[in-house]
Write a protein that binds this ligand. Structure first.
Ligand SMILES: *Cc1c(COP(=O)(O)O)cnc(C)c1O
Length: 369
């Protein structure tokens, strides 16, 4: 059996005709930037998120960057970020001229450890970016409480958690402003790059709408030194269709996750990812286990045709690009340890029960040998 780490084939086959129709509609209309599809998608995504505003942009990194700009974050400011996340979370802060200040994650759930946030706050701290990593919600109520206490902004990075709920409320709607990505592999993915900002604050919404379009809300009038970062009509039309199928795809991911939870219980030294509980309804963007002999397990699975991935093999504070921040090996031990032990198993919607059983049997065999 050959099982790829990720595949969109099945997902797209089931909606092929719908996608075809949407693409033809855009082609026929011949308006490719900031037209009706984008307007409609923004309305529909705002409705889905239950936020007042949605501004679509070119990608998730821009969504984070523009969100920080909307809050007025600038040179000399500090923004609290998780030690373990995708590099874009930190890059957005750096691009705004501010300094990312990492706080270790809780290794049991991969999200920012709320007990460690307070000690990282200084008089320069302006915002916290909680990341709902791997599809698992952060403790967003506790983060908001801290934000109120210290008068900070919260920018949720929801790129990996479309449709997740925390305490019955959608992730991507908790922050003062929220950023997400529609990169093709995300739970809601375009057929290319895409991203969005959601907020209940009309000032932030207006800023984002202008900033992404040369700082202009009205033709030939420029109120900001903006950039060009727009979702195009083709991607918007495609995302409108995929949004209608998101809940069903997320349920497939949840079903796959429950099979893993059943079959990988007490296998070897594996630590399983957090499951749903009374507050968290995750969407399993990734199914990430931790194992001491991670590299050997990865090779073993690879030899048996099972694709896996590592999110992420090098901690951000040890990346060449962040040398200037002065962190050393040992500075952030939780993030460093995770980079050595995490392993993402296939969980894409369309993956069959027999395939998951095969993967789990391979994992069990590894620990027998
Ligand atoms: C994918 C991702 C981003 C960036 O999105 P792009 O669209 O690739 O720029 C940001 N944060 C997290 C957590 C992501 O997973």
């Amino acid at each position: 059996m050959k099982i790829p780490f990720f595949s969109l084939d099945q997902q797209h086959q089931t909606i092929w005709a719908e996608l075809d129709k949407a693409i033809a509609r855009v082609l026929k209309k011949s308006q490719f930037v900031l037209g009706e599809e984008v307007l409609s998608f923004e309305k529909e995504f705002a409705f889905f998120q239950n936020t007042k505003h949605c501004v679509s942009v070119a990608n998730g990194l821009d969504a984070l960057f523009i969100s920080l700009k909307a809050l007025g974050i600038d040179k000399g400011d500090e923004v609290i970020v998780p030690s373990h996340t995708f590099v874009a979370t930190w890059l957005a802060v750096s691009r705004a001229g501010a300094t990312p200040v990492p706080v270790e994650v809780d290794p049991a759930c991969f999200t920012i450890n709320t007990l460690l946030i307070e000690q990282a706050i200084t008089n320069r701290t302006k915002a916290i970016i909680p990341v709902n990593l791997y599809g698992h919600p952060c403790r967003l109520d506790e983060i908001l409480k801290l934000a109120i206490k210290y008068q900070l902004f919260v920018v949720e990075d929801n790129a990996q958690a479309h449709g997740a709920l925390y305490d019955g409320k959608m992730t991507g709607s908790w922050g003062h402003i929220n950023a997400t990505s529609f990169y093709p592999t995300k739970n809601l993915g375009a057929l290319g790059d895409g991203g969005a900002i959601t907020t209940d604050n009309s000032m932030f919404g207006q800023f984002a709408g202008s900033f992404r379009n040369y700082g202009s809300l009205e033709k030939d009038s420029h109120e900001l030194l903006g950039i060009n970062s727009r979702l195009d009509e083709m991607q918007a039309a495609i995302l409108r269709i995929k949004l209608q199928h998101l809940e069903e795809r997320n349920n497939q991911r949840r079903k796959n996750a429950s099979l893993y939870f059943e079959q990988l219980k007490n296998v070897g030294d594996i630590i399983l990812p957090p499951n749903l509980d009374e507050k968290c309804l995750p969407v399993y963007h990734l199914f990430v286990i931790q194992a001491n002999h991670r590299d050997r397990l990865k090779n073993y699975l690879g030899e048996r045709g099972v694709g896996t991935a590592i999110h992420y093999p090098t901690p951000i504070h040890l990346q060449e690009a962040y040398k200037n921040l002065g962190y050393m090996k040992g500075s952030l031990p939780v993030a460093e340890r995770l980079s050595e032990t995490v392993l993402s198993l296939p969980i894409w919607p369309g993956l069959g029960k027999e395939q998951i059983e095969f993967i789990c049997n391979c994992v069990k065999d590894f620990f027998k040998s």
